[in-house]
Design a protein around this ligand. Structure first.
Ligand SMILES: Cc1cc2nc3c(=O)[nH]c(=O)nc-3n(C[C@H](O)[C@H](O)[C@H](O)COP(=O)(O)OP(=O)(O)OC[C@H]3O[C@@H](n4cnc5c(N)ncnc54)[C@H](O)[C@@H]3O)c2cc1C
Ligand code: FES
Length: 255
């Protein structure tokens, strides 16, 4: 049951994925759908949103104070987990997944359950690819690196343009940097296929349950925490997606 209260869990394992990303496995399995997220309370520091990369795990990229504190914890330490929250992916038919960087986290459970036919995994360089072995076992994996050290030399959208027939997929699940996701939405829009896209958005979150408004998306006021984090392409094609995001103080910043 999710009563919205934090559950204290004990870290069982800390798995280093790349120099700046670690998977934290805890001693409790949450009943979450692929794409749902939780609010992670780091004692004495902050509470931050994280996708579930498995029922009992999150995959964290070090970008600031809370994420660095999280990845420096060790087995036996406690953190608080509120959730699962949000809607998750709803894959139908033949599924393509596209991930940039740590955006692979919420897509991993989909691939592990066998729902993804083809997966495009992107990173800046070979050392920053996350979960490539697992994805290669479960899916037809295509890799893209910005510097060409593995797979296609360039962005995931280059793989989409040169190696994949996007129209042959019924659902396209995407998570990664917002400009990457916007380029994929633009490609779907060119073929009038926006409704086939499912995009997992990242917005500044405070409450995680639709109350504070910090994650709202103009012009319809969609709350990413409550109405998302996964939106279909047609839900967001006329929104601020790819244009603006709010900062910690609620001010809109150009992306
Ligand atoms: C639904 C959702 C799922 C996410 N899933 C993952 C995941 O699986 N793995 C992962 O590594 N990261 C994930 N993130 C991003 C993660 O929440 C931020 O990287 C983290 O909050 C940064 O905190 P910090 O204190 O380390 O960094 P800071 O130095 O505070 O900030 C660095 C960056 O993170 C953003 N950020 C800071 N606090 C928040 C917040 N409360 N909400 C949203 N963004 C914030 C800032 O806008 C800034 O761009 C997710 C975000 C959302 C909204
Ligand atoms: S984080 Fe408060 S409304 Fe979404």
């Amino acid at each position: 049951m999710n009563d919205g209260m934090p559950r204290v869990v004990t870290i069982r394992e800390m798995i280093r994925e790349t120099p700046a990303v670690a998977t934290i496995r805890f001693d409790h399995a949450f009943d979450s759908l692929p794409g749902q997220f939780c609010m992670v309370w780091v004692p004495g520091i902050d509470e931050v949103p994280m996708g579930f990369s498995g029922a009992d795990q999150i995959t964290v990229q070090e970008v600031g104070t809370a994420t660095r504190a999280l990845t420096s914890l060790t087995p036996g330490d406690n953190i608080g987990i509120r959730g699962p929250f949000g809607n998750g992916f709803s894959p139908v038919g033949r599924v393509l997944a596209v991930a940039g960087g740590v955006g692979v986290a919420p897509l991993l459970p989909l691939a592990k359950e066998g729902s993804v036919a083809t997966f495009i995994l992107g990173a800046r360089t070979r050392d920053e690819l996350i979960a490539a072995d697992i994805l290669a076992d479960q899916t037809d994996l295509h890799i893209a690196t910005d510097d060409g050290t593995a797979g296609y030399h360039g962005f995931v959208t280059g793989v989409l343009d040169s190696e994949i027939d996007i129209a042959s997929f019924d659902t396209i699940c995407v998570c990664g940097p917002e400009l990457m996701m916007k380029s994929i939405l633009d490609r779907l829009a060119l073929r009038n296929m926006e409704q086939r896209g499912q995009f997992s958005l990242h917005r500044y979150m405070k409450c995680g349950v639709g109350v504070c408004g910090s994650c709202s998306l103009d012009p319809d006021g969609l709350r990413v925490c409550r109405d998302g984090p996964v939106f279909s392409g047609d839900q967001i094609s006329s929104s601020e997606f790819g244009e603006y995001a709010r900062d910690a103080g609620g001010q809109k910043q150009k992306i």
